[in-house]
Ligand binder design. Structure first.
Ligand SMILES: Nc1ncnc2c1ncn2[C@@H]1O[C@H](COP(=O)(O)OP(=O)(O)O)[C@@H](O)[C@H]1O
Ligand SMILES: [Mg+2]
Length: 267
């Protein structure tokens, strides 16, 4: 069995007429997705806006209940877990968003944000301030931030640095799976490649498993091992990144490729 397995996962939203009206239809945001991800793999999930990428990632995170289907992490079927077990499991999934402010509280210093995230997994750290300070410093340095800045607030950093803080925040609880939902889409191209290189480096250092979501196939090509192309809630193409990118089989993938302005990403 794979590290993460999705079997025929559906997530539908009812369409209601007015607030009290009956259900007049369904949005099939995720419409029968089956996927396997191995430990240490980066899966690139790509598709146009509205195709269901974020809903699929929220469904995997157990933030959005699946309408049907099975999601298993390390052979444990998540759909059968009790709410308390889901709560504990949630530490194993962490997200990085397009806008770092979505995961960072602007009123918390980097130290407070990272200390809180570290203590979620290691409660004992709460009682040792000096250990916590040195742990926060380690986490900052791992993502290429100077530990001397731990008393600063998110707005005192540049966009790229802020995304590094959000990545550190996501990694602090030692997740098993990181879901990065358009993590570089709001950044300048020169900063994008720095963040992508950081994610690749972290994957190698920490044997991280990651789902990297983007509407941009060229960004996904840069770091994904395998690519899943999503269209209208379904995976329409899947395969090794270079195969999907260089010889796409599906007409929709070819359309995506043709529509994307080429960005030069340097290693
Ligand atoms: N909470 C929700 N309630 C109703 N419809 C939703 C909800 N979340 C997403 N959708 C719909 O599901 C579809 C997929 O959205 P989303 O997963 O955000 O796509 P993407 O991340 O690929 O842009 C869209 O049609 C969107 O309007
Ligand atoms: Mg989205």
């Amino acid at each position: 069995m794979s590290f993460l397995e999705l079997v025929d996962v559906h997530t539908h939203f009812p369409i209601r007429k007015g607030i009290f009206g009956g259900i007049t239809g369904l949005v099939r945001a995720v419409d029968g997705v089956s996927l396997r991800i191995e430990k240490g793999e980066i899966l690139g999930l790509v598709g146009e806006s509205g195709c269901g990428k974020s809903t699929l990632s929220r469904t995997i995170m157990q933030l959005q209940p699946a309408t049907s289907g099975e999601i298993s992490l390390e052979e444990q079927n998540l759909s059968t877990l009790e709410p308390s077990a889901i709560q504990r499991r949630r530490l194993d999934f962490q997200m990085v968003f397009q806008d770092p402010y979505a995961s960072l509280n602007p009123r918390m210093t980097v130290y407070s944000a990272l200390a809180e995230a570290l203590c979620q997994r290691h409660q004992a750290l709460r009682s040792s301030r000096s250990k916590l300070v040195s742990k926060v410093g380690e986490v900052m340095e791992r993502v290429g931030l100077d530990a001397r800045f731990m008393r600063k607030y998110p707005h005192e950093f540049s966009g790229g640095q802020r995304q590094r803080i959000a990545i550190a925040r996501a990694l602090a609880p030692e997740p098993k799976l990181v879901l990065a939902d358009e993590p570089v889409s709001a950044l300048d191209v020169s900063i994008q490649s720095q963040i992508l290189n950081l994610l690749l480096q972290l994957r190698d250092e920490l044997d991280l498993t990651m789902i990297f979501i983007s509407h941009d196939l060229s960004v996904v090509r840069y770091l994904a091992d395998n690519i899943a192309v999503m269209n209208a809630g379904k995976i329409v193409e899947y395969g090794p990144a270079e195969v999907v990118f260089d010889s796409p089989q599906n007409a929709y993938t070819r359309k995506l490729l043709a529509a994307i302005p080429r960005i030069q990403l340097s290693a």
